[in-house]
Design a binder for this molecule. Structure first.
Ligand code: CA
Length: 454
């Protein structure tokens, strides 16, 4: 490959746009697991220029993106830290740590113009709920779901008081939890940090799959993250559903053990998403695509095993998670000490994945996944049954899910055609209890579930 002189390189970067160079860079980074032998193509400055025209310039160079200090946010942070936002013409993107999910929600309702954010990292189906005013006191702020940040990387932590009772993926004796009150004087208490979204769904799925009704047999409630760890330690709560690195810390600090990893409940499950306010996207479609390209490149970077040590260093830093690097390393390597006599897990594919997994694209926002989250919303009758039927759910998805923008951005960034899904559906999804979700027939799935809201 030709070696450009400094002058030539600078000239082509300013005239052709850095995105053209990045297109070739992306092509050199594909593969699952990614190749451990970098090629000359991975150097963006060594790539030939392709003139994409001045029409590609984003409308704005800034956006304010929220994130939470959990592994799901890695692509947003890496896009900033590695200069990918800048590379695609958005040098002034700000990433803003959110105190919790409720703050992120309130900040996106405000928007960046009023000191808030334009969007960022979300549990599902938060962008839908915010758009329909269901968790914003009726204030509707339409949002677009644009990209999946990751699959896997979450788990259910259980109190050390419950060791030796066979509480794992398949709970040996559900009566230990259902009949908790008889021995403990109160119901089994489980928690998540934000209601009606991923962590709530994971623990509900796990319990129900084990024959335990999360609404009747136990107390299930929302508690701030710091209090979940404290509660587990002091014995006021018995389990909580959370994201890496928290499950690891529970075991490392000998507070409890991991009952189940979410990847055991549903392998390669969709986890968190990137979504922006619809008004921002409608006004800035090119800037939206620039952000998506930067995130895609960051996702590819994050998924290379050889980049994980640097990823841990960046994420654990004071500016971001502010945690000891050692708590992030094992989950980032797919190493989980489950505790309570369960076998250790040591498989990169069992941890958080950002670009590709065993089912194909991680990044692509499949409509079939949005449908699962809305189906579960109906299953548990969240929001007083605001989602009435599948016709309504599908209409919501067609409005909120912008897989079209993902595809355009991927094409413009030079992502290989084979890595751009042609279908809106990832197909059938299979859960640990043998239940199958067929996106073509969500009614059958819902009907088949034994435990659900009446
Ligand atoms: Ca999560």
């Amino acid at each position: 490959m030709a070696d450009f002189s400094q002058f030539t390189r600078r000239k082509f970067l300013t005239t052709a746009g850095a995105s053209a160079a990045a297109a070739v860079f992306l092509k050199g980074c594909l593969g699952n697991p990614p190749s451990s032998t970098p090629t000359a193509q991975t150097s963006p400055t060594a790539a030939p220029a392709v003139n994409m025209g001045s029409g590609e310039a984003p409308e704005v160079t800034t956006a304010k993106l929220g994130y939470l200090p959990i592994v799901e946010s890695a692509p947003i942070i890496i896009a900033k830290e590695k200069g990918f936002f800048a590379k695609y013409g958005m040098p002034n993107v700000e990433v803003s740590k959110q105190a919790n999910w409720a703050s992120a929600r309130d900040n996106v309702v405000n928007g960046s113009g009023a000191g808030g954010i334009d969007g960022g990292q979300w549990q599902m189906p938060m962008p839908y709920l915010i758009g329909d005013g269901l968790i914003t006191n009726g204030r509707k702020v339409p949002m677009y779901n644009l990209l999946k940040l990751n699959t896997q990387g979450n788990g259910i932590a259980v109190s050390g008081n419950l060791k030796g009772k066979g509480i794992s993926l398949n709970i040996k004796d559900p009566a230990v939890i259902k009949g908790f009150e008889k021995t403990a004087g109160r119901k089994f208490k489980a928690a998540f940090t934000f209601p009606n979204a991923n962590q709530d769904f994971w623990i509900r799925y796990w319990l129900a799959g084990n024959g335990i009704n999360p609404d009747k047999d136990i107390d299930l409630l929302a508690i701030p993250p710091a209090e979940t760890v404290q509660g587990l330690r002091t014995g006021t709560i018995d389990a909580f559903s959370t994201g890496d690195p928290w499950p690891y810390r529970i075991v490392a600090d000998d507070i409890g053990f991991i009952g189940a990893l979410t990847e055991q409940i549903w392998q390669y499950h969709p986890e968190e998403f990137f979504a922006l306010r619809a008004d921002w996207v409608d006004k800035n479609p090119k800037a939206t695509k620039a952000i998506l390209k930067a995130l895609m490149e960051a996702q590819q970077w994050c998924d290379k095993p050889e980049n994980r040590p640097e990823l841990v260093t960046i994420l654990s830093g004071r500016n971001y998670f502010n945690v000891p690097a050692k708590v992030l390393t094992p989950p980032m390597e797919g190493k989980y000490t489950m505790g309570d006599g369960q076998p250790q897990i040591n498989n990169f594919q069992s941890g958080v994945l950002y670009w590709k997994d065993g089912r194909g694209s991680v990044s692509f926002p499949y409509k079939s996944h949005d449908l699962w989250f809305l189906t579960e919303t109906m299953r548990w009758n969240f929001h007083d049954g605001a989602i009435k039927d599948f016709a309504m759910a599908k209409a919501m998805i067609d409005k909120v899910n912008r897989e079209d923008l993902w595809r355009e951005a991927a094409k413009e960034a030079g992502v290989a055609t084979a890595d751009i899904p042609t279908s809106s559906s990832r197909g059938e999804e299979k859960f640990f209890d043998g239940v199958v979700f067929n996106p073509e027939n969500p009614e059958a799935y819902l009907k088949s579930l034994k435990i659900k809201a009446a």
